[in-house]
Design a protein around this ligand. Structure first.
Ligand SMILES: *Cc1c(COP(=O)(O)O)cnc(C)c1O
Length: 428
């Protein structure tokens, strides 16, 4: 089937499709079908935008019904029943049971939009400009988000100096050689340090793009306490790690912290629709009306599916309990696979996890071998040295095992411990 138009007309800025040339036509749960009918097992999940799999049947039905009834699709920030329902359900099922009192802001519909809103608000509230972020952080592609991102290739793409932010070492950056926060604590207390007091620190609890480094809960708690002492705001970027990815709705729940600002996007719609939230403590709500806005804040189809997804998965703790079992199975499977490659080890937390290989080109080869076996997995890390497994959170156990089996074969093939697959086969 024709693919020329993608190569001749579409910009070379595209990336995932360079490794995955299939033209994907249909999708359901953890599977996608290309237009030639090949079935692919999807352990990529739209980089975390599809936590409940593709096209959840009940959510799909709601969309069809909403559209058929001529429900308002686009509403800027006007009031609609769909938005009211989302806010009510979010308050009742997510905020109240966790004792979190956050104002909800709808910035533009993407992850980088909520990060920009968070940075802007932190600066406005504190009157300070500087933001601290962490080594290997990823927060998005617009200038503000890029300024707090680590990756040098992506930073270069800005084309201008990225200022008003500094990088500080993430948990275990020095492999335990240096006590955590020794530098930060010292420079914040030393009037001669020359480090401007920051407005905020922005952190991912697991660095999704930066190599699946997972912060320890004690580290997050210590960070939160340190910032409180110095009246610096804590922003948690939960765009990728949130919505259940690490095993709880917010990735910081286990740490028992209460961040000042939380960025949510990717899976919040439950259906892969564009939607983002910026959550902040009520006393930080100092915006002037319209001071920050955007055309696509009122994606009502996303409100409709988001509300129902919260009800389907987060009404009680049954989904979370089931997920805990799947997380254990994934990690057990990954540990087993590391036995095949000396020096490889499991990284990450929950269903935001993967395997780091000592040779930087191994993970890319594993992803290519997995694709030959009709499975989608991506790489992560500054040198793409980590293979990253992000199955949907509700993946059936047998599909999870199938994925682990394909991955094991892919690792063996990529490291020369096994021949080419004898035939391309669908993971049926
Ligand atoms: C994906 C991601 C973003 C950016 O989201 P976009 O929707 O791509 O703009 C920001 N922060 C984190 C942690 C992410 O994973």
């Amino acid at each position: 089937m024709a693919t020329d138009i993608f190569d001749t007309r579409e910009s070379q800025v595209r990336s995932y499709c360079m490794n995955w040339p299939a033209v994907f036509e249909r999708a359901e749960g953890p599977y996608q079908w290309s237009e030639d009918g090949t079935k692919y097992l999807d352990f990529f999940s739209g980089a975390g935008a599809l936590n409940y799999g593709h096209n959840h049947p009940e959510l799909r039905e709601l969309i069809v019904e909403y559209v058929a009834n001529a429900g308002v699709t686009h509403s800027m920030d006007m009031k609609t029943p769909a938005k009211r329902r989302f806010l009510e359900v979010f308050e009742k099922l997510i905020l109240e049971p966790r004792n979190l009192d956050y104002k909800v802001m709808f910035p533009g519909p993407t992850g980088t939009n909520t990060v920009e809103a968070a940075l802007k608000l932190a600066r406005k509230v504190t009157g300070r400009q500087h933001i601290l972020s962490f080594t290997n952080a990823f927060h998005g592609m617009t200038l503000g988000s890029l300024s707090v991102t680590g990756n040098s290739m992506k930073r270069r793409g800005a084309g201008i100096p990225l200022t008003n932010s500094s990088k500080i070492p993430y948990d275990d950056y020095f492999g335990g050689d240096v006590p955590d926060f020794i530098w930060l604590e010292k420079v914040l207390e030393d009037a001669g340090s020359g480090v401007d007091k920051p407005a905020a620190v922005i952190v991912e609890t697991v660095q999704g793009e930066g190599g699946l480094n997972a912060a320890r809960m004690e580290w997050l708690k210590e960070l939160s306490n340190l910032l409180k002492r110095h009246k610096i705001l804590l922003i948690v970027d939960d765009v990728q790690a949130g919505c259940g990815r690490t095993g709880t709705f917010f990735s910081f729940e286990e740490a028992g912290i209460y961040p000042d600002i939380v960025c949510v996007s990717k899976s919040i719609s439950g259906y892969g629709l564009a939607m983002a939230l910026t959550l902040f403590k009520p006393e930080l709500d100092v915006w002037e009306p319209g001071e920050h806005n955007g055309t696509f804040r009122g994606n009502n189809l996303a409100f409709v599916t988001a509300a129902r997804a919260l009800e389907l998965f987060w009404s009680d703790d049954s989904f979370q309990k089931e997920l805990a079992g799947k997380i254990e199975a994934l990690h057990t499977g990954m540990e087993k696979i590391t036995g095949h490659v000396k020096g490889s080890y499991v990284k990450g937390r929950g269903f935001l996890a993967g395997i780091s290989f000592p040779a930087p080109d191994t993970a890319g080869k594993v992803a290519a071998e997995a694709y030959k076996r009709n499975m989608l997995v991506e790489t992560s890390g500054p040198q793409d040295e980590v293979i990253k497994l992000m199955p949907p959170l509700n993946i059936p156990d047998e599909d999870l095992q199938k994925g682990l089996q394909i991955l094991e074969e892919a690792v063996l093939a990529a490291t020369g411990q096994m021949g080419e697959p004898s035939r391309l086969r669908a993971p049926h």
